[in-house]
Design a protein around this ligand. Structure first.
Ligand code: 6CM
Length: 259
């Protein structure tokens, strides 16, 4: 009941930098980020989600959806990882300097526009998957944090999120090169849970768990055989989430905890 009353737009605005708030993209960023946070927090709720990968704490669900004959299956994944915070998770997902370290589907990544410390515009070319044409994407990426509804006390860590959403760039028209443009809306969200045992003493990495939600809708933009695409997703999404979280654990293990 709480969730329906939350004004996510207001919370997202409160976390944003001035440079982001002033940008022409802002109304769209606020709308999409609010919508993504709302639906990521909703859990599986209604809708025909089918579990298609289960590996330890990691669970991945999809809904089979096609638009104009193209597979656009929404994906929703949940995971739990010890030793990292939601803020750290989203930091490594958002900032471009780490992307080649963990993004296995990437051929090239370019920062088209660094709008602000919390909003960056990217052009990415992804690896070609036989027998389809190579894909590229242009999207803005926004890093935000909102108070945790379940943990309302003053000093409890915020929920952090990075949202990526396609945007048209006159400098990079779709299907201009040899790639087919894909359209994506993606959220990675992390909620930090602190073990009650840590109360009153210095926090250790052993005391923290990150509850992760990752949702993705990718429209392949042009011909791609459904069965191949679903097989690719079944292989690549778990690979991404395992590899990426292992990467964040490795990067942060000797660093001070950033809540
Ligand atoms: O969210 C992820 N990565 C982000 C940073 O790179 C970003 C990227 C999203 C692009 C995901 C699409 C890649 C798949 C390209 C293949 C398209 C179809 C080819 C036709 C096959 C027959 O949000 C992690 C993304 C993990 C991808 C599985």
């Amino acid at each position: 009941a709480q969730t329906t009353q939350t004004n996510w737009g207001e919370l997202i605005r409160a976390a944003a930098t001035n440079a982001s708030l002033k940008h022409t993209y802002w109304p769209e960023i606020e709308r999409v980020v609010a919508e993504q946070i709302r639906s990521a927090r909703m859990g599986l709720g209604k809708g025909a989600w089918q579990l298609f990968v289960e590996d330890g704490e990691m669970k991945m669900y999809r809904r089979e959806v096609e638009e104009d004959g193209l597979v656009v299956d929404p994906l929703k994944a949940t995971h739990q990882v010890k030793g990292i915070t939601g803020r750290e998770l989203c930091h490594y997902f958002f900032y471009p300097e780490y992307r080649y370290d963990w993004e296995g589907t990437l051929e090239t990544m370019n920062v088209v526009d660094k709008i602000a410390e919390d909003t960056i515009v990217f052009h990415q070319i992804h690896k070609r998957i036989w027998p389809a044409a190579q894909r590229d994407a242009t999207f803005w990426s926004h890093l935000t944090h909102v108070p945790d509804e379940e943990n309302k006390s003053e000093d409890s860590p915020h929920i952090w999120a990075t949202v990526n959403s396609s945007v048209e760039l006159p400098s990079h028209p779709p299907n201009g090169g040899k790639q087919v443009r894909i359209y994506l809306t993606i959220i990675l969200m992390g909620q930090t849970i602190i073990s009650p045992a840590a109360k009153g003493r210095e926090l250790k990495r052993d005391d923290i768990t990150c509850k992760i939600t990752y949702c993705a809708v990718v429209n392949p933009g042009g011909w791609a055989p459904s069965s191949v695409l679903r097989a690719v997703y079944k292989r690549e999404y778990p690979k991404f989430l395992k590899r990426f979280t292992a990467y964040v654990i490795e990067k942060t293990k000797n660093l001070p905890i950033k809540l």
